[in-house]
Design a protein. Structure first.
Length: 99
């Protein structure tokens, strides 16, 4: 697995993956932009520089039929040990007020 060092490298990597998916599906940039409901220059800028809003990125992923993968990226890791089921993650508590 490749680890990208900076945020901009990560964003450009996501854009490159979307471009690859688009080409595999034999879609033009215009096709993706129209299906995503975004302007063509916005999509082009995304592929070239990785710059796009989160809302528009989700629309692009939906247009490329990959939304289930995006929905699963922040799922908790699988349980490695059954003892973990007995000790769920602690919930955040409110700090008490000082008199």
């Amino acid at each position: 697995m490749i680890t990208l060092n900076t945020d901009s490298e990560l964003l450009k990597g996501l854009a490159d993956k979307c471009r690859e998916l688009r080409l595999r599906q034999n879609m033009s940039q215009r096709d993706v932009a129209e299906r995503a409901g975004i302007a063509l220059p916005t999509y082009r800028r995304f592929e070239q520089a990785g710059q796009i809003s989160l809302e528009r990125f989700v629309a692009v992923v939906r247009a490329l039929n990959r939304l289930p993968e995006l929905e699963g990226i922040l799922n908790p890791p699988p349980v490695a040990d059954l003892r973990e089921l007995d000790n769920p993650a602690p919930k955040r508590k409110r700090a008490g007020r000082k008199p």
